[in-house]
Design a protein around this ligand. Structure first.
Ligand code: S3P
Length: 426
């Protein structure tokens, strides 16, 4: 087990870049693999999760090569995938398993997909149910991986999603490309819309409403050039670092600022944080900008309702900001945290107690009493092999008495292998 000790200096003025967006990287590989022609991906996230997606499509017979810094996919269309000879392995990636199940559901062959010890504890019934309604057949371990898929001819469905989940929505949309009729999805709250944007960019016919999406099958997807912008979920760690560290100003360049992902910016503003977006532009149907943050005195806030899907992955690091702020922060409507890589309500709370933060667990969130800028107590932190817990507490270490010792840090490689290089540069 690898451990790291992190502490900080003051006066940090830095311009940095974070690695490519994880959600868009997965989708670029998946959609490029079923498009016709060559897709070129620039700034692809080379992390364990996304590289597992590359491997899976290679196993499904797609030629994917890396030349220089770019990835090239030689797509042969919707019906070009071939039966894999071995079980498909997603490692730690919930996005990979759920989205790829949507593709496998429509193939004229049988396949089995699984992942690591965390993946086999995460619910797959949420995608198996709608995909079964479309006509596919599954054998799972009571709604958990491994999942065996017997692909089939699919029909379109109208599906009212019980939870706001971009993974579930995307899985259905990918299957819907193969269906014999229109599919309509209604979301309880709007979740990240990268699949809709990328499918449109590749030529699919999709109509998006406020909380509904209609996909009309039958259009050809055409290979495209994609630049993957920086991941706001990775930038989040440096947004919060820049706010908490004294005399600092950090600019994170070329970050995806898709409004379905920018809940963290709204919350930082509500907490009194100094944050600006500069150099806004549009790159292959996604908004991009530079995020500038500087040292701020933060106050507690309430985080609940429609904003939750817009910042679900950032809650661990936002909680660190809340623990350093003045006053109480209440997080509600975030029960989904319990089915992430770990039960993030529990794993955050266990570590908060070690660094001397008063916190109360709720079924759908937590209440954090901020310490008003008092450095956190020294402690050993356990990441519980959850990348976002490891990285959130690395940020806490920057504003701790004598830093923190973070145990089990290899997990950051699932989403952000360059994390420790960047944080060390601060
Ligand atoms: C993701 C969707 C979210 C998010 C995950 C990535 C995606 O999960 O937490 O890290 O790329 O679609 P849910 O769909 O389970 O909310």
């Amino acid at each position: 087990m690898k451990k790291i000790h992190i502490s900080s200096k003051e006066n940090c003025v830095k311009k940095i870049e974070v690695q490519g967006d994880k959600s868009i990287s997965h989708r670029a590989i998946i959609i490029g693999s079923i498009a016709d022609g060559i897709t070129r991906i620039e700034n692809f996230l080379e992390a364990e999760d996304t590289l597992n997606t590359v491997n899976i499509f290679r196993q499904l017979g797609v030629k994917i090569v890396k030349t220089g810094k770019n990835y090239y996919i030689y797509g042969n269309g919707l019906y070009s995938l071939r039966e894999p000879t071995e079980t498909l392995y997603v490692g730690n990636s919930g996005t990979a398993i759920r989205l790829i199940l949507g593709i496998l559901a429509a193939q004229p062959f049988t396949s089995t997909i699984t992942g690591d010890t965390q993946i086999i504890k995460r619910p797959m019934a949420r995608v198996i149910e709608p995909l079964t309604m479309m006509g596919a057949k599954f054998v799972s371990n009571n709604g958990y991986a491994p999942v065996k898929v017997q692909g089939n001819n699919l029909n379109g469905i109208t599906y009212k999603m019980p939870v706001a989940s971009a993974q579930v929505k995307s899985s259905i949309l990918l299957a819907a490309l193969y269906a014999s009729s229109v599919t309509e999805i209604i979301e309880p709250m709007k979740s990240r819309d990268h699949t809709e944007r990328l499918l449109k960019y590749f030529g699919a016919k999709i109509i998006t409403g406020k909380k509904s999406i209609k996909l009309f099958p039958g259009s050809k997807l055409k290979g495209e050039k994609i630049f993957i912008p920086g991941d706001i979920s990775s930038a989040a760690f440096f947004i919060i670092s820049g706010l908490l560290m004294k005399k600092s100003k950090i600019t994170i360049k070329n970050v995806n600022i898709n409004p379905t992902r920018t809940g963290i910016i709204d919350i930082v503003k509500k907490m009194g944080g100094k944050i600006k977006i500069k150099n806004k532009k549009n790159i292959n149907n996604e908004p991009v900008g530079d995020i500038e943050v500087s040292s701020s005195k933060l106050k507690g806030t309430v985080i609940k309702g429609d904003i939750i899907p817009r910042l679900i992955d950032e809650i661990p690091v936002i909680s660190i900001a809340a623990a350093f702020a003045k006053g109480k922060t209440v997080i509600s409507d975030a029960k989904e945290l319990r089915v992430k890589e770990t039960d993030r309500i529990k794993t955050m709370i266990k570590n908060f107690k070690r660094i001397g933060i008063k916190v109360v667990e709720k079924e759908d969130g937590m209440i954090i009493w901020g310490n008003d800028g008092t450095p956190f107590k020294y402690a050993d932190i356990d990441s519980f092999s959850d990348h976002r817990i490891a990285m959130a507490f690395s940020v806490a270490a920057l504003v701790s008495d004598n830093g923190l010792l973070i145990k089990d840090i290899e997990c950051v490689n699932t989403s952000f292998p360059e994390f420790f290089n960047i944080i060390n540069s601060l």
